[in-house]
Design a protein around this ligand. Structure first.
Ligand SMILES: Nc1ncnc2c1ncn2[C@@H]1O[C@H](COP(=O)(O)OP(=O)(O)OP(=O)(O)O)[C@@H](O)[C@H]1O
Length: 304
């Protein structure tokens, strides 16, 4: 399946908050929807889920108008919507039945998910008596209980400790391997980097960057290399680069553990390497620079 969001615009009263959003995602892949607070991520997801109507634009699935009611969708909304006073199993089973599962299957699947997420011991407790992280896992169990083909997770890691985050990471990876279509909104870049092949970065209601994460990283790292040495401090190495290698590279940044160099036009990595060796620099690190998603995000939306 391929889900396409095309040129969505949305206004609240006179205030346009989405100014023509487009992106796409396919089954077996996860899209990371990123943006600062108020960028429009939740509004976009709500339009996908038909909670809000867009003023213009369209959402298509395999080229046809997307109606979320025609699909099994696991949606974990930003504001979590379970009943604090109801028992865990009771409410997951109830919600699964509302989404079309028969009683037997709803009970079986609830049990499986509670076990998978390591919260089976709370099955008969009220939601409000659980810790925040365990409540979050109950929310996840109800999101996934009907084996959805489309999974939309809005900040799913909030409140989870590192062990529980790992359980969720493994779960999301499993969903992707099972060919689900996953949309994942988060401020936590490391999670997005771990399992999103595609990203879309929203800023003030506009997509400022979208596409394949590997390709985006390559482009951002274009012509950049990292260098550090066993026998020179970074400051000394910087001076050498500025003095002896100035025809080959410019120093872009001095990081904590290495220099970031930009190759001058017509210079190859091998030419630089030859010069480094001639200067008796004992290489510690020499490789293509790969920016992390935080660097890219800050560069794209961090100016203001
Ligand atoms: N129901 C609403 N009525 C009026 N304005 C709204 C409504 N919902 C969202 N907005 C506005 O739309 C803009 C985008 O909000 P949205 O919640 O989509 O951002 P977000 O990217 O999800 O932010 P966050 O990361 O903080 O959750 C904000 O300026 C917000 O105030």
């Amino acid at each position: 399946m391929k889900l396409e969001v095309k040129d969505l615009r949305k206004s609240f009263s006179e205030n346009e908050v989405l100014h023509g959003i487009s992106f796409s995602v396919e089954s077996g892949k996860a899209l990371g929807l990123l943006g600062r607070n108020g960028a429009g991520k939740t509004t976009t997801i709500r339009i996908l889920m038909d909670v809000f109507k867009a003023n213009s634009g369209e959402v298509l699935i395999d080229g046809k108008k997307f109606n979320p009611r025609d699909y099994q969708i696991g949606y974990l909304p930003e504001e979590r919507g379970l009943y604090p006073k109801k028992k865990v199993t009771e409410q997951i089973v109830y919600l699964a039945q509302l989404r079309g599962a028969d009683a037997k299957r709803a009970k079986e699947s609830t049990k499986i998910w509670l076990e998978k997420l390591g919260i089976e011991e709370y099955a008969n407790r009220t939601l409000e008596s659980l810790s925040k992280g365990n409540q979050q896992k109950v929310q996840l169990a109800q999101t996934l209980v009907c084996d959805p083909e489309i999974v939309i997770l809005d900040e799913p890691f909030s409140g989870l400790d590192p062990v529980n985050s790992q359980i969720l990471k493994d779960t999301v990876r499993e969903l992707i391997n099972e060919d689900k279509l996953v949309i994942f909104s988060s401020h936590q870049m490391s999670y997005v980097e771990e399992f999103c092949e595609e990203i879309a970065i929203l800023n003030k209601g506009e997509i400022v960057l979208s596409g394949n994460l590997k390709e985006i990283k390559k482009e951002f790292g274009n012509n950049r290399l990292i260098l550090s040495a066993e026998n020179f401090t970074l400051n000394d190495l910087e001076s050498i680069c500025k003095d002896k290698f100035k025809e080959l590279v410019t120093v872009d940044e001095v990081k904590k553990d290495y220099l970031i160099l930009v190759l001058n036009e017509n210079t190859t990595k091998n030419q630089l390497l030859e010069s480094i060796l001639k200067e008796n620099i004992d290489i510690e690190k020499f490789s293509v620079y790969e920016p992390d998603l935080t660097d890219i995000f800050v560069k794209k939306v961090g100016e203001e």
